[in-house]
Design a protein around this ligand. Structure first.
Ligand code: HEM
Length: 518
């Protein structure tokens, strides 16, 4: 129940203007900061200034703090009343609401614009999902940001109740019989635009890596890349055991391909699996394994007598993991994994022995497209940050032409990427799996290269605009700092940027008509 707030006049507030008896007004709300002053991260003296103590400090406050500061319970309780006859102007975000900041949302979500791709069902799904994310996932995500711990089982359970985990794998038979977002979308209706909505909403929390976005995104990314080989190539018995455990969020799974020796170069892999009756004996190490520190299963690339084979290894005797420190979140559980003579039933082989390459390749296009979606959403969030510009020489920063030029570039990039990914998503919705493999591998490679390059350009531009603020992990520039630090990851995850650009051109060259001449 919200408490009834006392009402004061500005004159009454002005009387409390000294150390030990200090009130201020922010956006019509009256705060008693008498005792807080000594604890204030910006120090007490700034609060004693003549223009602040007992005064309306709205502009000074919003020039130095994000709005979320006032919403934190420990600071919200400093409010003792409001100014008589005035109402707050700056409102807390409403779960599910669409941002009104220009270009903060794609056009399909912007009032008065149209899209050929999204139906009313996509819109209803989006609204329900954003509300759920803001109410359930975002607060947990913020807690994890501070603690460095992975998200709680309770939140994972809530996500699996809505079948968010299953939906992250995209359309398909694994959705059969499930109630998706409380039944808003039927399993057979669920398409790649629904999945794109999930990917973008997950990445929309404002910070990546150590914080919100990737906390959650990465927790589930391990699954998105490692479960499809089980779904597509596991024996019925293996699927019946593993898939429900993972999709209900009770167990975790990681893709274990890359090694310190070989990066993602599958031909250089040194982890071996040697047959011993009905068992494989697996020995070797894996590096950079997303979700590895807490995974219960590892979809593992092994060298076998006849080539490269993928085997599902449960955590057990001989499996050990240790965290790798990266420049983003420990919550992603990035691990170094050691397999020491691990005995795994041969029945855990995914696909044919020696045919592991096709098992791994099956999912590449989908994974790269997913990275594009999440990277794009994070890029758009950086564009949204331009709404909170600091004042320089008495004017908002964007009154400078040089800043507007940068903003123009940032907006153009995010809109170009958005249009490209929507066009590709439309193709995915209308192609068979084989058509996607032959027609989209190249364009998705090129698109991923483009999106991750623009990400870094935008990170640079935003850093210049935000100046020193963009260097600090907390405070006004925190979204930019995080984006600048982590946007380069998307250039590496799911295939290095240059390699993917090259793949795109090589695929196109294959389709060049023999008689093409100028
Ligand atoms: C209810 C009132 C206030 C609360 C709860 C509050 C809280 C905070 C917090 C949490 C920070 C750390 C920000 C971060 O890095 O995450 C901070 C920093 C700061 N605050 Fe406040 N503050 C209040 C009022 C004010 C006012 C009125 C001023 C006016 C001058 C002010 C000046 C500063 C400064 C200069 C910093 C350091 C900013 C920086 O490092 O960039 N604060 N405050």
């Amino acid at each position: 129940m919200s408490k009834v707030l006392k009402e004061y006049t500005s004159e009454e507030v002005a009387k409390h203007n000294r150390e030990g008896d200090l009130w201020i007004i922010i956006d019509s709300k009256v705060y008693d900061v008498s005792r807080f002053a000594d604890l204030h991260p910006g120090g007490p003296t700034v609060l004693f200034a003549e223009s602040i103590a007992g005064q309306d400090a709205t502009q000074a406050f919003f020039g130095l703090h994000r709005h979320e500061v006032l919403l934190k319970p420990q600071f919200a309780r400093l409010q003792i009343g409001k100014i008589l006859g005035e109402e707050e102007v700056i409102k807390a975000p409403v779960p599910g609401a669409i941002s009104e900041v220009p270009y903060a949302e794609p056009t399909w979500l912007t009032e008065g614009y149209h899209s050929p791709y999204y139906t009313d069902n996509h819109r209803a799904f989006h609204k329900a999902l954003r509300t759920f994310m803001m109410e359930v996932v975002q607060p947990e995500s913020a807690r994890c940001e501070e603690s460095g711990k992975r998200i709680s089982q309770e939140v994972i359970d809530k996500m699996s109740e809505q079948n968010v985990i299953a939906m992250r794998l995209g359309p398909g038979k694994h959705l059969g019989g499930r109630s998706l977002m409380g039944g808003i979308v039927k399993p057979e209706e669920f398409d790649y635009f629904h999945e794109m909505i999930i990917n973008t909403e997950l990445a929309r929390f404002g910070t990546r890596g150590a914080v919100d976005g990737k906390t959650i995104t990465h927790l589930l990314n391990g699954l998105v890349i490692s479960l499809p080989p089980v779904l597509n190539y596991g024996s019925p018995e293996l699927q019946a055991k593993v898939v429900p455990e993972v999709l209900s969020g009770k167990k975790f799974i990681a893709l274990a391909i890359s090694e310190a020796f070989a990066g993602s170069d599958v031909s250089g892999i040194q982890t071996t699996a040697v047959r011993d009756g009905d068992y494989w004996v697996v020995t070797g190490t894996k590096k950079w394994i997303t979700n590895g520190t807490f995974a219960d299963y590892f979809t593992t690339g092994c060298r076998t007598e006849t080539g490269f084979t993928v085997i599902l290894i449960p955590r057990g005797e001989g499996v050990s993991t240790k965290p790798i420190k990266t420049s983003y979140s420990p919550v992603a559980g990035t691990a170094y994994v050691v397999f020491n003579k691990v005995r795994v039933p041969v029945a855990n082989t995914l696909g044919k022995v020696g045919a592991g390459m096709s098992v791994i390749l099956t999912n590449f296009n989908h994974e790269r497209w997913m990275v594009v979606c999440t990277s794009l959403a994070a890029q758009r969030l950086v564009v949204e940050e331009w709404s909170s510009q600091r004042y320089v020489f008495g004017k908002p920063l964007h009154s400078q032409a040089v800043i507007r030029a940068k903003l123009g570039q940032m907006i153009s990039r995010v809109e170009a990427c958005q249009n490209w990914v929507e066009s590709i998503t439309h193709q995915m919705n209308n192609m068979t799996y084989n058509e996607m493999s032959s027609k989209l591998a190249g364009p998705i490679g090129l698109m991923k290269q483009f999106v991750s390059r623009t990400a870094r350009e935008t990170a640079e531009d935003a850093t210049q605009i935000f100046g020193g603020r963009a260097l600090t992990v907390t405070g006004m520039g925190k979204v930019i700092e995080n984006y600048h630090r982590t946007s380069g990851f998307d250039a590496i995850l799911a295939g290095a940027e240059d390699v993917l650009g090259d793949l795109g051109v090589r695929q196109a060259m294959k389709k060049m008509p023999k008689d093409a001449r100028l």
